[in-house]
Design a protein around this ligand. Sequence first.
Ligand code: GDP
Length: 367
Amino acid sequence: MYDQVIDKNNPNSALKVTQGAENKRDVNENFLKIVKKAKELSVDDYVEGILSGNRTLLARAITLVESHLYKHQEMAQQVIEKCLKHAGNSIRLGITGVPGVGKSSVIEVLGKMLTSQGHKVAVLAIDPSSERSGGSILGDKTRMELLSCDENAFIRPSPSAGSLGGVARKTREIIILCEAAGFDVVIIETVGVGQSEVLAHSMVDFFLLLQLANAGDELQGIKRGIMEMADAIAINKAEGKEKERSELAASHYRNALHLFPPQESGWQPKVFTCSAYSKMGIDAIWQTILDYVALTKKNGFFYKNRNEQNLRILSETIQQTLLEKFYNSEVAKQKLDIAKDDILDNKVSAYIIAQKLIDEYFQSLEK
Ligand code: GDP
């Protein structure tokens, strides 16, 4: 009876079953072709792309640098080597300061000012938290919204690479790629909480420390070592009611810096106040950087410093590679724990056992 009422072939019935149509792939075929082609990029494709300033290819080359796959690493090294002779023509600027001091805000204003003057600005980060937690202090918030939309700017978060040494190495390699892509100002941002600024300092020409006026006894919070590394200190958020207090803090810093021994660069570190909000003092920071570069190029320190930085990479890489090889060796695996116990039991001197293990390691290589 119901069959008569429910006629599935009746075009007006809600139960009518239409012929199935062929399901279209929900991914655009052209896109698939591009992805497939992109997968097959050669070293020369990457290099050409980078040299022509193609930001997409630059970003992909950086992904290669950051990759842990041996195949990618091998390719990345070839790309870097070919880019090397096109690199070096930038001002490398380090910016550090505690979280919240206004690093990204200052970089945004400085970066926009520079791109409007025709510069190309790359912003890289060294984030010590990526070492421990895989998370990040620098990358959690939406940062530099205007600059990230600027086609003459390139912003890249910190590589997460196991150890801070690994992050440093990758950052140095990324600097080379950015310079080859025509970025003439490379900013390395880092959080002022430890080893990361020492690393950042070891790869830049100019080091800027951002501070706040409201820290009470301002000078206590920062380690002397960081102040000694700074070529300039800027007291940020120095607008409105904070202006006077910031000026006072600046004069404290000026006095403190005078007590430090003169820098090898022949440069006397400068202290400013600035405000990312009111855009005050940002142009003065840039002018100071230009003055510094002019002075140190004239007296040769600029080149000497870069050479020393490169030579340091050589010795650091040798040390690191030797250490890794030793600790991964059979000698270390079999004898290190016993040696540690013997040292703790006062059976043997640490110096003697260290020498013995190293001798045994080198002997094992000869076999
Ligand atoms: P970062 O953690 O050092 O990168 O600091 P951010 O740039 O994220 O800034 C931290 C907070 O300080 C944000 O809420 C900013 O809006 C604010 N800030 C940054 N620069 C200034 C400034 O010049 N004046 C004032 N009043 N606030 C600022």
